[in-house]
Structure formats: structure tokens, C-alpha cells
Design a protein. Structure first.
Length: 202
């Protein structure tokens, strides 16, 4: 990398740039290369082990504060890492298959949360996750009436793993603005009537 930067110095100097401009350009290029190498290292670790360090979580939460989608290979997370990642506005954690109540509480601070890999959640976790505006739980094969009632305050909700609903669940889900139920195999007339109230239903 040093050789590349020296070459850049010669090129930019030859183009008539001032030394200050050249140094600024080289600094930006150095930062870009460091970021690329750091992200590459984190991705390789995730792919091989499904984990990363607290320092990696901190780096990603700062570098991708608006949306973080580079960590789909993450299969396990610590409570501390969940707290760190909660700073990200929208985060995709589709590799996780389970959460602790504390992790759900932390991640519930995000604006958008994608948890396609979860196959079950507790009532306590549901309460925490219901605080986000966009919630994807498309891996859940079943859900209780109580959990649906809690999640009904989420603006955008994806429960495409469900194949059936109770009438009460359909009634509660009618309060959701954007709802995805792509896995439904059949619905009753009362359920259809309730779901017809959803502004955007898929």
C-alpha cells in the first residue's frame, strides 16, 4: 500500500496539485483502503466462524450508522454486541436463530430490524421488538394471539412464515400499516374482512 501511495504522490504532483491538496487526497485514499481491508477482514471472520469481536461491532455501528447489511453471516451475538449494534438505524441480522431477552431489548432501539432467521420469540422479546417501525420476522412458523396483539403497533411487519391465523390475530393485524403474510395457505371470510383494513397487504 505504501508503494501505491508514493505513486499517487508522484502522479498528483505531476498534475499540478499543491502539496496540501495532494496530502489531503492521499489521506482520503488511505482511509478508504483501510476501511476496505477492515470490512474484508470482518466479513472473512463472519464467514468462517459466524462471530465477530466487540471492536468489530463498534466499527460497523459507526461506519454504517444508517443501514448495516454486511453481517448476514453472523450466527451468534453477545448482549454487549447487541447493545453496540442498537445504534444502527436499520440492521439486518438474518443469520441469528435466537435472541436473549436482553438482546431483544437492545435491538428494539433500532428503527428497522430484519430477523429472518428467528424461529421463535418470547412474549418479553416481542414487547421489545415491537418498538421498531420496520420488523421482519418471516422465519416464525407460529405466533401466539398475545404476541400478535403486541406486534400490532409496528408500522411495517413481515410475518411471511405463518401459514394460518386465528380470527383474533387477523383483527389485531388489521392495525398494521404495511403487512406481509406471503406464507398464508388459506383465510376465512372474517379474517379476510379484518385484513382488508390493512393499507398495504402482501
Amino acid at each position: 500500500m505504501k508503494q501505491l501511495l508514493l505513486l499517487m504522490l508522484v502522479i498528483f504532483a505531476g498534475c499540478g496539485e499543491s502539496e496540501e491538496e495532494t496530502q489531503k487526497r492521499i489521506k482520503l485514499e488511505t482511509q478508504r483502503q483501510v476501511e476496505q481491508e477492515t470490512l474484508k477482514r470482518i466479513k472473512e471472520k463472519l464467514k468462517s466462524s459466524g462471530t465477530f469481536t466487540d471492536e468489530d461491532a463498534e466499527y460497523l455501528s459507526q461506519r454504517y450508522a444508517s443501514e448495516l447489511f454486511h453481517i448476514s453471516d453472523l450466527t451468534s451475538i453477545t448482549n454487549k454486541q447487541a447493545e453496540i449494534l442498537s445504534k444502527v438505524k436499520s440492521i439486518r441480522l438474518n443469520g441469528l436463530t435466537s435472541l436473549t431477552d436482553e438482546q431483544a431489548k437492545s435491538l428494539g432501539k433500532a428503527n428497522g430490524l430484519y430477523l429472518d432467521g428467528l424461529t421463535s420469540i418470547t412474549d418479553e422479546q416481542t414487547k421489545s421488538l415491537a418498538n421498531v417501525e420496520i420488523l421482519v420476522l418471516s422465519g416464525l412458523p407460529t405466533i401466539t394471539d398475545k404476541q400478535v396483539e403486541i406486534l400490532s403497533k409496528v408500522k411495517t411487519l413481515n410475518l411471511s412464515g405463518l401459514t394460518s391465523l386465528t380470527d383474533k390475530q387477523a383483527k389485531d393485524l388489521s392495525k398494521v400499516q404495511w403487512l406481509e403474510l406471503r406464507g398464508m395457505e388459506s383465510i376465512t371470510e372474517p379474517q379476510a374482512e379484518s385484513l382488508s383494513k390493512v393499507k398495504d397487504l402482501y
